[in-house]
Design a protein around this ligand. Structure first.
Ligand code: DHB
Ligand code: FE
Length: 323
């Protein structure tokens, strides 16, 4: 059975991607941001997931504003980095996992969450920046460490999905993953945020108190977040703070009680509050199956003993009945 072992929340600030691509990660301004992800990269290297489901948003790159699906699942074999105005980022093509992706599509749609299926899709900074933050810099001609199933969520044009809908979709994704027969270690990312507003009179807005409470509740009491209406995100976390609803899909896919493995928060990067969290499902008590040869040996021994056992039981019954 495939299992979701951990959830990762990460901002996707495009300037972080530009800092990586232009060799600026050691500049004092950026060093502080990248330092916050060193432990996470070590954790990820050790975990070695078989596949990552990355919940992210497209910034009118793959979809344009003419056609915007609320939830779009990437079922393709690969997802090339998109040209966002400066040419595609020099990162590897993101390899997909079509077999698991189409299983998720079937399971989630039959579970009454109507996803759009994308068999061809380019991916923008919303996906490649969190991948760099968690997997490190990867040469364009090399490979990302694991295949990825992208789930694009509309948070760029009104109306985005509610936090509750996102949380419940996370639960449906978990059911889908757990009904996939192959043994796979799956991680799920929720990306975007934290508080930020890019344009208008409130451009540059950052609300660290709100962000911290969001991270606290994400870890300990997600039910509190599920009820937050869009207008509260907009007022408290800025217009683009609405990206945070995507973290609730990740949280919904985890156990109610999780272990917080790591957290990092810094302001600003570009105009944005950078937040990051790793939440792990607690290991479940799995009944160890005996290796096949031992199980077969035990079954043979049981069979051999059976006639003697039956004779003893008959003798005992005769004694009890007194005949
Ligand atoms: C910026 C763009 C984003 O999509 C985002 O989530 C944060 C910041 C930016 O242009 O700085
Ligand atoms: Fe964004």
């Amino acid at each position: 059975m495939a299992r979701i072992v951990a959830g990762i929340g990460s901002s996707h600030v495009p300037a972080i991607g530009a800092a990586i691509d232009n060799g600026k990660t050691e500049d004092p301004y950026w060093k502080r941001v990248f330092a916050g992800f060193e432990k996470s990269q070590a954790w990820m290297r050790e975990l070695k997931p078989d596949v990552a489901i990355i919940v992210y948003n497209d910034h009118a790159t793959a979809f344009s504003v003419e056609m915007i699906p609320t939830f779009a699942l990437g079922c393709a074999a690969d997802f090339p980095p998109a040209d966002e105005g400066w040419g595609p980022r020099p990162v590897p093509v993101v390899e997909g996992y079509p077999a698991l992706a189409s299983h998720i599509a079937q399971s989630v749609i039959l579970d009454e969450f109507d996803l759009t299926i994308c068999n061809k899709m380019e991916v923008d900074h919303g996906m490649t920046v969190p991948m760099n933050l968690l997997f490190g810099k990867v040469d364009k001609n090399s490979h990302w460490p694991c295949p990825v199933i992208p789930l694009a969520v509309n948070v760029v044009m009104y109306p985005p999905p509610t936090g509750h809908r996102c949380y419940m979709l996370g639960k449906a994704i978990r059911r889908a993953v757990e009904s996939y027969p192959e043994d796979l270690k799956v991680v799920i990312f929720g990306t975007g945020g934290l508080s930020h507003q890019i344009s208008g009179p409130r451009a540059g807005l950052i609300n660290s108190k709100w962000d911290k409470a969001f991270l606290d509740n994400l870890s300990k009491d997600p039910q509190k977040l599920v009820k937050i209406p869009h207008v509260d995100y907009m007022r408290e976390a800025g217009a683009e703070g609405i990206e945070m609803v995507m973290w609730l899909i990740m949280r919904g896919a985890l156990d109610d009680k999780v272990d917080e493995v790591y957290r990092f928060y810094t302001v600003p990067a570009s105009n944005t509050a950078v937040g990051h969290i790793i939440l792990a499902n607690r290991p479940r008590a799995v009944r160890q199956r005996a290796p096949a040869h031992k199980a077969a040996k035990r079954a043979t021994a049981r069979k051999a003993k059976a006639p003697a056992k039956r004779a003893a039981a008959r003798a005992k019954a005769t004694l009890i009945r007194g005949r």
